[in-house]
Design a protein around this ligand. Sequence first.
Ligand SMILES: C[S@@+](CC[C@H](N)C(=O)[O-])C[C@H]1O[C@@H](n2cnc3c(N)ncnc32)[C@H](O)[C@@H]1O
Length: 230
Amino acid sequence: MNKKLQLNDFVLIGRTFEEYYKMFDLKDFSKSERILDVASGVSSFCAEANAKGYNVTAADRVYAFNPEEIEEKCAKDLEETMEKVSTIKELYKWNFFKDIEQLKSHRERAYRGFIKDFKLHKEDRYISSEFPSNNFKGNQFDISLISHFLFLYDEHMSYEFHKQIINEIIRITKKEIRIFPIANLKAQRSPFIEKFMKDKAFNNYEINIVKVNYEFIKAGNEMLVVKIKQ
Ligand SMILES: C[S@@+](CC[C@H](N)C(=O)[O-])C[C@H]1O[C@@H](n2cnc3c(N)ncnc32)[C@H](O)[C@@H]1O
């Protein structure tokens, strides 16, 4: 397959709590755990999870901008992405979303939910960070979730850059890191995954690929779990 999404920069497209719950198989998570959503962007996960009683902090470089600027880019990115997706429909599985209209309204709900919460909690829940750089303390979180940021863009970010980011997330996370998807924009498992699992620098951690009950990008129904402490 030689078709793929063309990206000049990271698009501001966000997912919902329902999607995160499935992508990361969150059913075993307790509400007392401190969760970091890494590169959370305009996802409504943080907003919805906190409303349900979870303890979630979101970190993304886009939080340096104000809500109005972000909202304007979201609306533009949503239109452009839907046009692109309609030309490469065969790279996706249409189960969770039946069609492009449903996908679009779900993504719109996500960014609108985010913007509303961002306006209220810009100072406490949404932390501007351009990873690997960050101001979080060691072990500040129990669990870190990384959705649609690492491995997906393996043609845009080097393996070394992935390593620097993962090392930082390990430093600030006490128990476990979950990364989804591990497929890249060609809808194939990223070659960085094998490299990462064999990388001696990560020998101290238990690393597993786990199948989950969510697949939108074809072959994208696996998450990577890095256990830091049992
Ligand atoms: C495709 S979005 C994913 C958003 C969210 N995790 C989700 O799945 O709905 C990728 C996000 O990565 C963010 N990003 C890109 N490089 C980053 C970096 N070095 N540090 C923090 N965030 C970054 C972008 O701003 C964007 O919000």
